[in-house]
Ligand binder design. Structure first.
Ligand code: C2E
Ligand code: MG
Ligand code: MG
Length: 412
């Protein structure tokens, strides 16, 4: 009948509500919820129903619509209405929400509709927040797969199924290996060696990146300590830190522990982080980073230039180096006589006293251009791919060989 055909259920969940609660306090969080409820009420018709489902979740029942497009329009209206800034104690707060929609096409029961809308909301969140998504039955499958993958990942962390590869970082003038970057891989029992792109996003989302990341740090420091050769310039090891690790209250302890257990000279440890972290959680992170710096380690901004690129944070945070993102390096040596972005980043590094390290150098032309621009260090397939422990060990031993035998590129 008509009434059944025209029903839709919306499931709304605020984006980053925890951040509001954590940074502005729970009373502010409550106020946000009140504001959201008021705005929702203004978006719907008297015949519709809004209910708070708990936490920062709301359910909306749209009754008596003339067609499915009504539900989509309502979702757009809601996202729009929520997006205008709210003021709490004179502070501007932006509210965003993700929405899932179930259109009742099969005469489903109410709790099924709500559950499906929840699944659709979850998908909306994963696809980038601040948007809506209509439920499709494939979403259930995806969700189950993700749950399984999460369980696998959790077990893998516990059972140490991860291994590190190390990519040499060379001096662009002499080609001498001055450092290595530790890059994690998952030795998956059935799928083989998986690159970070296959599991880091899920590890981030589930928080598993924190225990995994600390294990990586301990291991990388231990190896780097082994690979120091008396009488040789020291070998630095770069370790990637996830935003979740930077927010972990154990950060300073974990770094201290890794240094102590390995005996690695703190000067030899470089922690890499992406710029978005520094853009968002400024004050707390600033304090933590100062503490980490006090241990004597160095900090690098990874993939520099691909994030939000507000430069003010560079002066505020105690960073030591900028890693020029591969996307910029790719533009070098394609025949263009100039490369303003790379020049600008290297110039910025010089002006701020930061070392620049180019990532993803693949061709001799790129190397020439970078050297011409006085970029100090680099890494890339031109010099070496990420290598297993054994291969790195062999390569580092070659440093003892007479000059001339060192610079040969290594392909594996
Ligand atoms: P990243 O830190 O920017 O690492 C550099 C990535 O570029 C590595 O990919 C490396 O293999 C690749 N690469 C280096 N030279 C070249 C080149 O010449 N050409 C090309 N095409 N690629 C090159 P990988 O190992 O797949 O790692 C990807 C990303 O995963 C890393 O980017 C880093 O953001 C993340 N990651 C890796 N290990 C860890 C970890 O232990 N913890 C965390 N949180 N993230 C990690
Ligand atoms: Mg890195
Ligand atoms: Mg990078």
């Amino acid at each position: 009948d008509r009434a059944k055909q025209s029903l839709a259920v919306l499931f709304l969940d605020l984006d980053d509500f925890k951040t509001i609660n954590d940074s502005l306090g729970h009373p502010a969080g409550d106020q946000v919820l009140v504001t959201v409820a008021e705005r929702l009420r203004r978006c719907i018709r008297p015949s519709d129903t809004v209910a708070r489902l708990g936490g920062d979740e709301f359910g909306i029942l749209l009754d008596d619509m003339s067609g499915p497009s009504d539900a989509l329009l309502a979702a757009e209206r809601i996202i729009q209405a929520l997006s205008s800034p709210a003021y709490l104690d004179g502070r501007e707060v932006s509210i965003r929400a993700s929405l899932g929609i179930t259109l009742d096409t099969h005469g489903e029961k109410a709790d099924t509709l709500l559950r499906n809308a929840d699944v659709a909301m979850y998908t909306a969140k994963r696809r980038g927040k601040g948007r809506y998504q209509v439920f499709e039955s494939s979403m259930h499958v995806e969700m189950v797969e993700r749950l399984e993958m999460t369980a696998h990942l959790a077990r893998a962390v516990e059972q140490h199924e991860f291994t590190l590869e190390y990519q040499p970082i060379v001096n662009l003038e002499s080609r001498a290996i001055e450092g290595i970057e530790a890059l994690v891989r998952w030795r998956h029992p059935t799928r083989g060696l998986l690159p970070p792109s296959e599991f880091i996003p899920l590890a981030e989302e589930t928080g598993l990146i924190v225990p995994l990341g600390w294990a990586v740090l301990q291991e990388a420091c231990r190896r780097a300590a082994d690979w120091q050769v008396p009488g040789h310039p020291s070998l630095a090891v770069s370790v990637n830190l996830s935003p979740k690790q930077l927010a972990d209250p154990n950060l300073v302890t974990e770094v201290g522990r890794a240094l102590e257990a390995s005996g690695l000279d703190p000067e030899c440890l470089i922690l890499e982080m992406t710029e978005d972290v520094l853009m968002h959680e400024t004050d707390d992170i600033l304090l933590t980073l100062r503490e980490v710096k006090a241990l004597g380690v160095r900090l690098a901004i990874d993939d520099f230039g691909t994030g939000y690129s507000s430069l003010s944070y560079l002066e505020r945070f105690p960073v030591d180096m900028l890693k020029i993102a591969k996307t910029f390096v790719d533009q070098l040596g394609n025949g263009e006589p100039r490369s303003p972005l790379v020049e600008a980043v290297i110039g910025l590094g010089e002006a701020l006293g930061l070392r620049t390290v180019a990532e993803g150098i693949e061709t001799a032309q790129q190397l020439d251009r970078l050297r011409g621009l006085r970029c100090e260090q680099g890494q890339g397939f031109l010099f070496a791919r990420p290598l297993g422990e054994q291969a790195i060990d062999t390569l580092l031993r070659k440093r003892d060989a007479p000059p001339g035998s060192v610079p040969e590129p290594t392909f594996v």
